[in-house]
Design a protein. Structure first.
Length: 211
């Protein structure tokens, strides 16, 4: 895909949604971090439902520790892998209090040192909480970038590397949100909704579906 097409796609996505953000509900960087940890192999809807009650009781590292792993499990048991996630939350809260004065660090290395936090989660937190021009690549973005040929790659690391190269700076902060929402609601996995896609004429997918 050439530069002009990419800019055309990003411009349309921006015009359609000038101020995109995550669909996870949060009020602080800590709440965002916990929600992103919980969202692995789970939907944002299921995470929001669980955290609505959890954050009303505990929304700081100290409060989470006082609740304990078993207490946390009671709130997140509807989410996949809740046992492991509860243990990771407790370990993360210990580290935040011991090393970062209870604050979520605005630092990639420090974030990736937290239990359960990989590059994708760190990218989401840095981008959404702190406004960094990072682009987290999940399954939706991986699919959209390969299907449209916007930024093809064999794995998420390759797609992220390509995106950081080809996305102009003015679009970088919001690019993650535009692509994930496009993949979640239009360029869906089983049968893309090409007939209602606002970038259909710029997309290079050869097996478009019009229904």
């Amino acid at each position: 895909m050439n530069k002009e097409k990419r800019i055309g796609i990003l411009t349309r996505l921006r015009d359609n949604d000038p101020h995109p953000t995550t669909e996870l509900h949060y009020n602080t960087p800590f709440e965002l971090l916990i929600s992103v940890l919980l969202s692995a192999q789970a939907t944002d809807v299921s995470v929001n439902k669980a955290t609505a009650t959890l954050y009303a009781i505990a929304n700081t590292p100290q409060a989470m520790l006082e609740l304990g792993a078993e207490g946390i499990k009671g709130y997140i048991k509807t989410i996949g892998l809740f046992n492991t996630k509860a243990e990771n939350i407790i370990k993360t809260c210990h580290i935040l209090l011991e090393r970062h004065q209870g604050q979520v660090p605005e630092d990639r290395t420090a974030l990736e040192a937290l239990p359960g936090v990989g590059r994708k989660t760190a990218n989401v937190v840095l981008n959404t909480a702190f406004g960094w021009p990072t682009i987290a690549v999940d399954t939706h973005i991986f699919r959209v970038c390969n299907r449209t040929q916007f930024a093809p790659g064999k794995n998420v690391e390759q797609v992220e590397e390509k995106l950081l190269k080809v996305v102009p700076d003015e679009f970088k902060v919001d690019c993650h949100h535009w692509l994930i929402l496009h993949g979640r609601y239009t360029c869906i996995a089983r049968k893309p909704r090409c007939g209602s896609c606002l970038i259909e004429d710029l997309c290079e997918f050869k097996e478009k579906v019009y229904e």
